[in-house]
Design a protein around this ligand. Sequence first.
Ligand SMILES: [Zn+2]
Length: 158
Amino acid sequence: MANEISKDIIKPLNEWLWKNGFVTTCIYYEEGVLQYNPASDEIRIPTEYDDEPDRLLMKCLRKLGLKKRFKGFTMSILHELGHAQTLDLFTDKESRKCDKIKEDYQDTIDENSDDYYLEYWKVKDEYAANSWAVMYANCFPKKVKELAKIIEENVNFG
Ligand SMILES: [Zn+2]
């Protein structure tokens, strides 16, 4: 289901990021999906959020050891922040290799199938982002609860 995201989410999201020591920022991005842009160190927040892949994301995160119950969208934001936090672990060559593997998946696996996401999240940069998100949620549940509250107040969960 598509869930509407209010533009008002940007200010409190950025305040949450800065307060917790991150230099990454969020911007409202009217054309596209939730995504991390490494060139500008920005998380692009779309106008609508499709929660269809959340079931698989949560399954994947629980396998990685996620203990707390947070909504898919909260964990998706942490996943994008996880990309920012783990980016420096990868050389440019390694990052390009990850991108290439993901592009190949788009050509060979049906994007709407469960297999697509399960394979996608095995690619090293995605695994790193998800592992970081699990670590952060498990270590800092209070901070993540605050993030969840900001999301709750600004996303119209259909
Ligand atoms: Zn990702």
